[in-house]
Design a protein around this ligand. Structure first.
Ligand code: SF4
Length: 368
């Protein structure tokens, strides 16, 4: 699905009301209804006029289809309010993005043709929002003060222990239905320890977050890409809306970030990425006490993610030709296909040069 046309930022710097996801199906399990947060999410859906199906069992069934494209379409239009399993409370380190990963939800309503979740989700990509929010947040305290040291974590050591909430979801894209992200921001804002909540988003509906007591303990990073790559990001908010939202969050005192990803050598990539960095600089111009980081992530794929993406997006022209890539072994022995070294070096030099020139306040955390 192509991304909608770009919008220009509002001159008064307040973000425009963003398009809000309306799932075609909302399911809730009996166990989720035992939690106040589960019931609150049901109330949010019903207040939006969405009928909620109350399931008789806690397992989600009947979501598979022999045709992966049909299963994908149905799943992407479904929100399931469920309880996070106990495994979700055993946190995993997630370098270089953060010290620890935790999940408020799993799945997201967007349709990125390169989706990072392809091949890592079990079953069709239904968005699951977790009702046991208090347990998920209370569990984080056991991990504060711990974390492996990496070059990226050394760069942000002054921020304390970092917790990443967007490895398996886009928490802002579903916030109007969950309220979980606001609760997490409040939780970190009130936490009496050096900690930071981090999440990445391709959405722009930040208005409910602007006045929260965040205490500068949440860094919101906007996942952005060069304009020619926008057509690979269906169902997301337009680039200009995301940049305007980033400016609004920075003016509200939040630390912010740019996640430029996935970097793809589209035709005219030098000018396209230079333009992106200039647009980001314009969106952040004149903001006092700007705290800005940048993460630079090139496109890669694995044999499994390619198979899943071909099933989800059979008509996509996203470049996934192994002949144009080189193989890289992960520490688990699996293969990923990345760009050849000379191209990687050229893209890295160009982007970091433009960042230094147009966004000198930015701290580049990593290139991968
Ligand atoms: Fe996948 Fe992230 Fe795009 Fe959602 S926003 S479809 S999780 S890549």
């Amino acid at each position: 699905m192509p991304a909608p046309p770009a919008e220009r930022p509002d001159p008064d710097h307040r973000p425009r009301p963003a398009r809000l996801w309306r799932p075609r199906r909302v399911l809730v399990t009996p166990a989720a209804l035992d939690f106040a947060h589960g019931r609150a999410m049901v109330a949010r859906a019903e207040a939006m006029g969405l009928p909620v199906e109350r399931l008789s069992a806690n397992r989600l069934t009947g979501l598979r289809d022999a045709d992966p494209r049909q299963a994908y379409i149905a799943a992407k239009a479904t929100l399931a309010i469920t309880v996070a399993p106990p495994t979700k409370l055993r946190l995993q380190p997630i370098p270089p993005s953060a010290d620890w990963r935790f999940d408020l939800a799993e799945g997201c309503p967007a349709h990125c043709q390169y989706c990072y979740l392809a091949g890592s989700l079990q079953g069709p990509p239904v968005t699951r929002a977790y009702a046991n929010l208090d347990a998920i947040l209370d569990n984080l305290a056991a991990y504060a003060g711990q974390g492996a040291v990496t070059s990226a974590s050394a760069e942000r050591a002054h921020e304390g222990t970092t917790f990443e909430a967007s490895c398996y979801t886009d928490p802002l894209g579903i916030e109007h239905l969950t309220g979980s992200l606001s609760a997490a921001i409040r939780h970190f804002g009130a936490w009496d320890a050096p900690v930071q909540l981090r999440f990445t988003t391709k959405f722009a509906a930040v208005a409910p977050l602007l006045d929260l007591p965040h205490n500068r303990r949440t860094r919101i990073r906007f996942s952005v890409n060069a304009r020619p790559a926008a057509r690979y990001e269906g169902g997301t908010d337009p680039l200009d809306a995301r940049l305007a939202a980033m400016g609004a969050m920075a003016r509200a005192g939040y630390p912010v970030g740019l996640t430029i990803a996935p970097i793809i050598p589209v035709a005219g990539w030098e000018a396209a990425y230079a333009g992106l960095i200039r647009d980001a600089a314009d969106a952040l111009a004149g903001i006092p006490d700007l705290d800005l980081t940048v993460e630079l992530i090139t496109h890669r794929f694995t044999p499994i993610s390619k198979t899943v993406l071909r099933g989800w997006y059979p008509g996509s022209d996203l470049p996934l030709d192994e002949a144009d890539r080189v193989e890289k072994r992960t520490k688990f022995g699996t293969v990923k296909h990345v760009f050849p070294k000379p191209l990687m070096q050229a893209m890295r030099a160009h982007l970091t040069d433009r960042l230094a020139r147009d966004l000198p306040a930015a701290r580049v955390l990593y290139w991968t």
